[in-house]
Design a protein around this ligand. Structure first.
Ligand code: ZN
Length: 286
């Protein structure tokens, strides 16, 4: 068990569990693939569980757990293995929370929630999409082109049979996003997570209309979904649905105490200068 300290007050422990380390990701993405790792800091604990397309995060509280993102039904087993290693009961998972309704963050959300007996809990905008048919916009085509090089940077993951069978109704422009697991009440901007102390919901539209981040102010931690990513060392996401929304989101996140980012893609990264310090990538970069 190795220990490293990305920030002085943070303890990080590598879990002795296998996680994907695709060769392409090691070649093409300077920070490399994410690690299966447990982080502890002031009153907060998060376990990163790398998955098929992105990273799931287990937010660990006293007697309660929330899971942020589950991109693939194939990610359920590694999440259960992480819970076993943590000596936590899967029944403690109270909410499975997709940071936004894009397939690579949520094809495993419904089957995971059913498996552990949790609620699917959505941000207000995603909740209105699912319950009231609110339309969600998608990035325009030319912007989508920028996403293509990032697929090999994650190791070119293919869809496993479980996602082809059960996942295609989730997170695509045509998808109904019909959950079989019970839906929790909508998470409102600025509210605390229902059963986890210290975590606040922040609406962060821009990459998608329904994007949310989860912020732990005391620890300075941010579960970022696709609002921030780490293919190139930790960066703003150039794949946007609404650039003006994203500018506002960046300004808002810049006012928060954020020192460690848990991105939807790529390894966790330290941010000593906060979100304000992140540069915008030039147009020709992926
Ligand atoms: Zn996305």
């Amino acid at each position: 068990m190795s220990k490293t300290a990305p920030e002085r007050s943070v303890e990080a422990i590598d879990a002795p569990l296998s996680s994907p380390k695709p060769l392409l990701a090691r070649w093409l993405s300077p920070p490399g693939p994410p690690a299966m790792r447990l982080y502890h800091s002031a009153g907060a604990a998060v376990m990163a569980v790398p998955g098929r397309y992105g990273v799931s995060y287990l937010l660990l509280g006293d007697g309660a757990i929330a899971v942020a993102d589950c991109g693939s039904a194939a990610d359920i087993e590694p999440i259960l293995a992480a819970l076993r290693w943590l000596e936590r009961d899967p029944g403690e998972v109270h909410d499975v929370i997709p940071t936004h309704l894009h397939f690579d963050h949520m094809m495993g959300v419904d089957p995971l929630a059913l498996r552990v007996g949790a609620a699917v809990t959505l941000g207000r905008v995603a909740w209105e999409h699912v319950n009231e048919g609110r339309r969600l916009r998608w990035p325009r085509r030319w912007r989508l082109l920028r996403a293509i090089p990032t697929w090999p940077m994650q190791g070119m993951p293919l869809f496993p049979a479980v996602d082809v069978r059960g996942g295609l109704g989730f997170g695509f422009p045509w998808a109904q996003n019909h959950f079989r697991a019970p839906l929790g009440p909508a998470l409102e901007d600025g509210q605390s997570l229902p059963v986890l102390d210290g975590w606040t919901v922040i609406e962060t539209p821009g990459h998608s209309d329904d994007a949310i981040c989860l912020h732990h102010a005391e620890a300075g931690w941010l579960i970022a979904g696709d609002t921030l990513r780490n293919f190139l060392g930790g960066e703003l996401n150039p794949l946007l649905t609404d650039a003006e929304d994203y500018r506002r989101t960046k300004r808002r996140l810049g006012e928060l105490h954020v020192r460690l980012v848990f991105p939807g893609h790529g390894p966790t990264f330290a941010l000593p200068g906060g979100v304000q310090g992140l540069a915008t990538l030039p147009w020709w970069m992926p």
